[in-house]
Design a protein around this ligand. Structure first.
Ligand code: AHR
Length: 516
């Protein structure tokens, strides 16, 4: 056979039969351009009165034999403190627009019961209310992010809640708070004006909501020492018109941020979303493709915001994101309980890289939801608790919180399946206040490891250490029988050669590197 034919055959075989088990990529880190601070609030969490997130999650039966303060489960608190969760969004979600805060204060036995019509029609006994939530935040060392009720509440109701929370003086609401045992205001700052007002929060048009926002936000007062960061209820995924109308009609000075909700559906179909643990490679590929769409989604909404707010004063806040699958067989469909696999870890790592890389506009995000709901960090089964693969990714990425983003440029090799392809590698990097550089890398390819060669322009460093979250199969998961199948482990695949960083990134992995 002639030499040219051999070359042709080799290229043909590599392309069509996936012969090459390894691909190389070169990444440039421009440390001199590290300017934008990655807001720690990108690493925020969401906890709704939904299924077993609050009740039988954070807030348990007094008889349950687990460490508790009041009824707050402390093993959960300890696990979340280890990953430094910066903020916690509450009480919803859809529940927020049915929640009347005065039902959740005062002696618990006198609190009225209600039906949680959004989530399973179960009885909500209001035992977990304002004081309990703020106690939880204080135990966690996390800032509260409260979503007020626009859909079924009044302007007065929202205004009084803010007064109850934040006013330090003599007033009807401050006095009521004191009667209920809390002398000093909590100084809540993140304040959501409704939730999904285009859907479960009232089925409004953006024009109508923009007017309502201004009305509700006017009376949600900034009390002395407690300025609110007011957040408009933003778009459903690709609804760019919602963002456009809000940005056009609400002055930038009157909102701290505008939210965006985007869920990754494995099949892309709300009717049959796909199982959390039983899926083949095509569904894995589709999930990754749908998850990576977050990048263009953020770019598109940001471009609209740039037209009205070129100085980027208003943040884009992705305050609901994550993988949404079918519920676990045999569980209440209204409780949204799903397992969490290596696939979730890869979505978490990729999404957090996207948020870091857009931190000039993305200032807060909330994974949905912290415990026992959707892409949870923690699952519980009676007294047992397990940390999901997603939790371990947040543990790896906590180093980026509050650090300065280092811009990267590289061309990723493709992960190819049939006639479709997506980038196999994504990454982000930052430098912290001690000058330590961290790089987080994700390899989505289930078969190929990838060699990375990194030029570290303008950086002085003497060595590298790393941690990894990986597993042989994309649908591996932590079960209550085997809770530590996927954990963060030490990573030995990175080395310094001259001033070059060389990394062997295993298939299906999320890696965090520290350069000192
Ligand atoms: O996170 C579950 C639900 O998803 C929230 O309640 C709602 O805001 C969204 O539709």
């Amino acid at each position: 056979m002639k030499k040219t034919s051999l070359v042709f055959l080799f290229v043909y075989l590599c392309t069509n039969f996936n012969l090459s088990a390894q691909t190389a990529v070169s990444i440039n880190l421009n440390a001199a351009n590290a300017k934008t601070v990655i807001s720690k609030d990108i690493y925020g969490q969401f906890s709704e009165h939904l299924g077993r997130c609050i009740y039988d999650g954070f807030w348990v039966d007094p008889a349950m034999n687990v460490p508790k303060k009041d009824r707050i489960r402390l093993d959960i608190v300890d696990a979340l403190k280890k990953i430094n969760i910066p903020n916690l969004r509450w009480p919803g979600g859809c529940f927020a627009d049915e929640y009347h805060w005065r039902d959740g204060i005062g002696p618990r036995e006198q609190r009225p019961k209600m039906v949680n019509t959004n989530w399973g029609g179960v009885v909500e006994d209001n035992s977990f209310g304002t004081h309990e939530f703020l106690e939880l935040c204080s135990l966690l060392g996390a800032e509260p992010y409260i979503a007020g009720n626009v859909g079924s509440g009044t302007v007065e109701e929202m205004a009084k809640w803010v007064e109850y929370l934040n006013f330090d003086g003599v007033s009807p609401m401050a006095n009521l708070r004191k009667q209920n045992g809390r002398e000093k205001p909590w100084k809540v700052s993140f304040w959501g004006v409704g939730n999904e007002s285009w859907g479960c929060g009232g089925n409004m048009t953006p024009e109508y909501y923009a007017d309502l926002y201004k009305r509700y936000a006017t009376y949600a007062r900034n009390y002395p020492g407690s300025p609110l960061k007011k957040i408009a209820s933003g778009a459903n995924s690709w609804d760019l018109n919602w963002t456009e109308v809000l940005m056009k009609n609400i002055p930038a000075r009157d909102m701290w941020g505008i939210s965006l909700h985007y869920y990754t559906l494995p099949t892309g179909n709300w009717g049959k979303k796909g199982s959390a643990t039983v899926f083949a490679e095509q569904e894995y590929f589709n999930t990754m493709k749908n998850g990576l769409a977050m990048d263009s989604l953020v770019k598109k909404h940001s471009a609209i915001m740039d037209k009205y707010d070129p100085g980027k004063k208003v943040g884009l806040l992705v305050d609901e994101w994550g993988v949404w699958t079918d519920v676990e067989p045999g569980t209440n469909p209204g409780f949204l309980y799903q397992q969490n696999s290596m696939r979730d870890a890869l979505i978490a790592g990729s999404t957090l890289n996207i948020f870091n890389n857009h931190s000039d506009r993305v200032r807060l995000a909330s994974l949905a939801q912290t415990v026992n709901v959707l892409q949870a960090l923690i699952l519980t089964e009676k007294e047992k608790i397990l940390l999901t693969p997603t939790y371990h990714v947040f543990d790896l990425y906590k180093v980026h919180m509050g650090a300065k983003l280092i811009p990267l440029d590289f061309i990723s090799p493709d992960y190819v399946l049939g006639d479709q392809k997506i980038p196999a590698v994504n990454a982000s990097a930052s430098v912290d206040s001690n000058g330590v550089v961290h790089i987080t890398l994700v390899n989505l390819d289930p078969k190929k490891k990838i060699s990375i060669n990194t030029a570290l322009n303008g950086l002085k460093w003497s060595g590298v250490t790393g941690r990894i979250v990986t597993s042989p199969k994309f649908n591996d998961f932590n079960s209550f029988a085997n809770p530590n199948k996927i954990v963060a482990a030490s990573f030995k695949g990175a080395k310094k050669t001259g001033n070059q960083l060389k990394v062997e990134l295993p298939a299906l992995s999320v890696v965090e590197l520290e350069l000192k």
